[in-house]
Design a binder for this molecule. Structure first.
Ligand code: MCN
Ligand code: CUM
Length: 785
């Protein structure tokens, strides 16, 4: 008998079709809003029209009079139950329903529960809230002004609008390096506020059963177990009586990591009413109040030697956190992982300082398709690299090449404390340059310039720390960032796999089965994957920061290996030999020296239930919790070529080449889908998307007329290439990939446009590069922020 063909059984490397799509393309997905429970009521939220105001009175009497209204909740009523404020995932507090002041436009003030959502909306309209307006603060500059109003006057000891201060690196060594520099390159920019904007908005159905005292919540969360822990701790309900279910999720992108007031209010309403309460957010609610990314101002300097080597970097970040510091991030890293900047380069030393600012905006800084603040770090790094190459008068590809970590440098410690363990950075860069035809493009570009045409090429090379974490350094609210998998093989060799992660569209139901197929030889099609139900799945920290493959994926390998170890004992029994003499090949165990005497994994499974050796516990199942030794370090090289129309400022992407090294690919097709999706978002952020606020704190971009999502029509084509450097510590050598393209992509587009303007003196146009901004920069020969 020959070994199984791994690709045929849907193992590692198979571009297996996504099994979840069978229900999605038929409209048979089961999203939160599809769930209808007997006796279910509906909840709507009344939001603040003002950005900053004291609440002087709330009159809910007319709302109560509307037939069909069952409950009106105010902040005061929440306060009576100690639920007006909730802790955030960053040890701050956030108002569930406002009691004293409103601190951003769109903040939750009251909720109305009624027989249907329309009555609940009417109920909201009937509530009269009187406000005494206060001066709104809409950016860090205003926030730190001496006469700025104190936004968080609810917090004891809070004397100004500073949310946190933080620093990392070696200040003294950095200063010494700058003193020795031949060239100092400087850069300032703003990474604008953007929104993950999943197609499905947030929502929850809380179902408290007064008879059993059990609380079940169906909700759009990327991390159901963290929610269960939070509900147990905040609402003081017994943890075993709380069941959180994340059904199908229509995109998360980081938007569904935080805990939102709507979830909390629906839970309290269900407990008070003893009936299921459904809350489904509308688009404006989603765009105006939940999970913003970025909004960071960066200033930096780079110390350079005239031969092109980077001696040191110095960076300062001012982040606009909005009214509540609500991002999820490891508690030891006050500003996400901003200090992953320059991790792929061999720079001598560096120093980063950061300050977070409260403003009258919705909570910001939630990672949008990035590991915490990594997107800002990589964008900044790559814009800085281009500016430095210009300052040195060096070719931008060559400048990168000489500073990238060399293959023999691994493992390498970065100046900010990370251990980067593997990569072939030079190879990725060369592959990208060859694919785009770099040298020829430079010739064509120069020739086009003589005819008044502006072509540009932008490169972005970066490594991203993915897979938080290792439990020594990474935790959320003190809970260590491991993950888990439970595998049960039934007697006929079919299996169910339950995982602590939770897909929002990434295809876990497809790819997790492939890991089992690889480890056990059970065809992927014979493995059902279940995620998102805290009553059945082992405790896991959820899906974000591209941690599922690095952490949960590793747990799947490990649990399958435990099962394989038991199968080996069963095989020894079936084959009447000693366990030491049993050899493994994919899907089959056989006697060493007598390969024709073997038992398939399915035969072993049957034996586990029908013919186990004396003294052996029946069954074939196990659970594994995995605490990774390090993050994974995928690498990417993205290259864009563009043409800018000097008459209009419009820029078109000519070509886009992506080279991604995410280690061993479980499912190449899924990986390519992740990269294309990420590049589409990168294109959107660099060309059209941002959410801003006017001087009064009114949000601009709370609907899809103002906040643009690219369609297939404007999205450029992407040419994908790969390099495989297996992760040295992951059981199957895989690294995370879900966010790389969204993280590294924007700088490629933005650098390309700036390259097209390289003779104009324009150093920086802030994203998004709207045509009017590019045109203005061209007219004035000056930066546009
Ligand atoms: N994969 C693989 N081989 C690898 C790495 C990954 O086949 N070497 C596969 C995985 O098995 C998984 C997918 O690619 O099916 C993404 O894996 P991974 O990089 O581990 O990322 P996560 O599953 O943890 O997903 C999180 C990541 C994040 S943080 C955001 S934000 C984001 C993203 O995924 N949100 C998404 N991609 C998204 N894609 C969709 N469709 N919807 C979202 O909300
Ligand atoms: Cu960073 S957004 Mo994703 O981590 O869910």
């Amino acid at each position: 008998m020959t070994a199984l063909d791994e690709i045929k059984i849907g193992g590692l490397g198979a571009s297996r079709r996504r099994v979840e799509d069978a229900r999605f393309v038929r409209g048979r997905g089961n999203y939160t809003d599809d769930i209808v429970l007997p006796g279910m009521l509906h909840m709507e939220i009344l939001r603040s029209p003002l950005a900053h105001a004291r609440i002087t009175s709330i009159d809910t009497s007319r709302a109560w009079e509307i037939p069909g209204v069952r409950l009106v909740l105010t902040g005061e009523m929440m306060a009576q139950r100690n639920l007006a404020w909730m802790p955030t995932l960053s040890y701050d507090t956030q108002a569930v329903l406002a009691t004293d002041k409103v601190r951003f436009q769109g903040q939750e003030v009251c909720v109305v529960v009624a027989d249907d959502p329309y009555i609940a909306k009417d109920g909201c309209d009937a509530i009269v809230v009187e406000y005494e307006p206060l001066t709104p603060v809409v950016n860090p500059l205003q926030s730190r002004a001496a006469d700025a109003p104190l936004i968080r006057d609810d917090k004891e000891g809070q004397v100004d609008n500073t949310c946190y201060r933080w620093e990392v690196g070696d200040r003294a060594a950095t200063e010494r390096a700058f003193a020795q520099a031949d060239v100092v390159s400087r850069m300032q920019l703003h990474y604008p506020r953007s929104h993950p904007s999943p197609i499905e908005c947030c929502g929850s159905i809380a179902d408290f059963d007064p008879a059993t005292q059990k609380l079940t919540v169906y909700m759009t969360t990327q991390a159901p177990h963290i929610i269960r822990a939070a509900v147990a701790l905040v609402a003081e309900l017994p943890e075993h009586m709380i069941r959180i279910v994340s059904p199908d999720i229509g995109g998360g992108f980081g938007n569904k990591v935080p805990v939102y007031p709507g979830y909390v209010a629906s839970i309290l309403a269900s407990i008070l009413l003893g009936r299921p309460v459904k809350w489904i957010e509308d688009r404006t609610g989603n765009l105006a109040s939940t999970g913003f990314g970025r909004d960071m101002y960066l200033a930096a300097e780079m110390a350079l030697r005239s031969d092109g080597r980077i001696l040191a970097v110095r960076m300062h970040a001012d982040t606009d956190q909005g009214a509540f510091f609500a991002d999820a991030q490891p508690t030891k890293f006050k500003i996400g992982l901003l200090h992953s900047a320059f991790a792929c380069y061999d720079i001598g030393t560096g120093h980063i300082t950061a300050q977070g600012h409260y403003t009258n905006k919705a909570p910001g800084g939630v990672a949008y398709r990035c590991s915490f603040r990594v997107t800002e770090a990589m964008f900044f790094q790559e814009r800085m690299m281009q500016a430095a190459a210009v300052d040195l008068g060096m070719d931008q590809a060559e400048f990168r090449r000489i500073n990238l970590l060399r293959d023999d440098a691994f493992p390498a410690r970065t100046p900010f404390g990370f251990l980067v363990d593997s990569g072939q950075y030079g190879k990725c860069l060369r592959l990208g340059l060859d694919a785009i035809g770099y040298e020829q493009f430079l010739v064509d570009q120069a020739e086009a310039r003589t005819r008044g045409r502006r072509l540009g090429i932008g490169i972005s090379t970066m490594t991203e720390p993915l897979g938080a974490g290792n439990s020594r350094e990474y935790d959320i609210l003190g809970i260590k960032m491991f993950d888990s998998a439970e595998l049960r093989v039934h007697m006929t060799g079919k299996a169910i796999l339950r995982v602590g992660a939770k897909s929002q569209g990434q295809g876990h139901e497809t790819t997790w089965g492939q890991i089992v197929a690889h480890e056990l030889g059970i065809p992927a099609a014979d493995v059902i994957v279940e995620e998102g139900d805290t009553d059945t799945a082992p405790f896991g920290m959820g899906t974000y920061a591209s941690r599922s493959t690095p952490v949960a994926g590793a747990a799947i390998s490990m649990v399958a290996r435990k099962v394989r170890a038991k199968a080996r004992k069963l095989a020894a029994h079936l084959l009447e030999c000693s366990e030491e003499d049993v050899e493994w090949e994919l899907g089959r165990l056989y006697v060493r020296g007598a390969p024709h005497r073997g038992a398939t994994i399915q035969e072993c499974a049957m034996a586990a239930y029908s013919n186990m050796p004396d003294g052996m516990e029946p069954g074939l199942e196990n659970v594994a919790y995995y605490d990774p030794p390090n993050l994974t370090w995928p690498f990417a090289c993205y290259i864009a070529t563009v043409e800018v129309d000097p008459e209009t400022g419009v820029w078109d992407v000519l070509r886009f080449v992506a080279v991604d090294d995410c280690g061993v690919r479980i499912n190449p097709m899924v990986v390519e889908g992740q990269i294309m999706g990420g590049l589409t978002e990168a294109y959107a952020m660099s060309s059209m998307q941002f959410q801003t606020y006017d001087a009064e704190g009114n949000m601009v971009g709370s609907n899809y007329m103002d906040y643009l999502l690219p369609t297939a029509w404007e999205t450029p084509g992407f040419e994908l290439h790969e390099v495989v450097t297996p992760c040295p510590h992951h059981p199957i050598g895989a690294k995370g990939v879900g966010e790389c393209a969204a993280v590294g992509g924007p700088a490629a587009f933005v650098n390309a446009v700036h390259d097209a303007l390289s003779d104009t003196g324009v150093r920086n146009i802030d994203m998004p590069l709207l045509p009017d901004r590019v045109w203005q920069a061209l007219q004035d020969g000056r930066d546009v922020s």
